[in-house]
Design a protein. Structure first.
Ligand code: HEM
Length: 225
């Protein structure tokens, strides 16, 4: 019977070849490109959302405006300058993340789309504070939230381009049902991202041990999934 490595050193005189050759070796929980892209994305999102609220205030779609102290850019022209500058960061960084995650298997390993049963089970466990968290493994609720925010991000960029260049990118504008409809889609995509961020920050606050590895990388055994 093979000796289980978690039971300490093997007492037999000749235990044979090491059944787990990677034992003792480690790798980061979050590799540096992921951490860099995550924080660049977070910066771009905050600038996009706050300057977007200022742009919205110049011509509100609904019966409310965003208070000046939570907007960026001071006035319409200033806010558009912030919005377009951060757009380049968001888009280039987002394309890099999607390429990196698909080419090296990150999405396949860590962001497998969960089924509704899994999401339901993990939601109940999370709400009753019984959901276990292992570094480097995302539960079904996390995976559903991450995939949703990636989709909202793509929708926000596509509808934003339709609002920005409705003539040159008429096919995008048409896709969303015209200029005005594109504005509504853009607004709801923003609301989805802000809603995600509220839940994301709450989950990080509930399980604070997940934050340091997203900053420093952390260490995970090479044998871990
Ligand atoms: C601004 C404050 C933010 C903090 C403190 C934060 C924190 C974190 C932490 C700690 C993780 C790792 C979770 C774990 O290991 O279980 C994570 C992952 C993630 N966060 Fe954030 N985050 C922030 C903003 C954002 C924003 C604005 C977005 C997108 C709109 C975002 C999207 C994601 C995604 C998609 C992942 C999974 C990444 C992957 O593995 O591919 N985060 N975040």
């Amino acid at each position: 019977m093979p000796h289980h490595p978690d039971r300490g050193p093997d007492p037999r005189p000749n235990p044979g070849p090491n059944p787990r050759p990677n034992r003792g070796r480690t790798r980061p929980v979050h590799p540096w490109p992921l951490r860099l892209m995550h924080w660049l994305n977070a910066t771009a999102i905050v600038v996009m959302v706050m300057s977007g609220w200022q742009i919205y205030d110049a011509s509100p779609l609904f019966g409310f405006s965003f208070p000046g102290r939570i907007t960026l850019g001071e006035w319409l022209g200033g806010a558009i300058a912030w919005h377009l500058a951060a757009m380049w960061l968001l888009v280039l960084n987002g394309v890099a993340y999607l390429a990196w995650g698909s080419l090296n298997g990150h999405f396949r390993r860590r962001l497998r789309p969960p089924g509704p049963r899994e999401v339901w089970r993990d939601t109940i466990l999370a709400l009753t504070f019984r959901l276990d968290h292992r570094h480097g493994v995302y539960n079904a609720v996390q995976r559903a939230l991450y995939l949703a925010v990636i989709a909202f991000g793509v929708l926000a960029v596509a509808s934003g381009l339709a609002v920005w260049k409705p003539v040159q990118l008429w096919f995008l504008s048409d896709l969303f049902g015209g200029f005005r409809a594109s504005r509504y889609v853009h607004f709801f995509a923003m609301a989805g991202i802000v809603g995600f961020l509220a839940v994301h920050l709450m989950l990080v606050a509930l399980v604070p041990k997940v934050l340091p590895p997203m900053i420093t990388g952390g260490r995970l055994s090479e044998d871990a999934p």
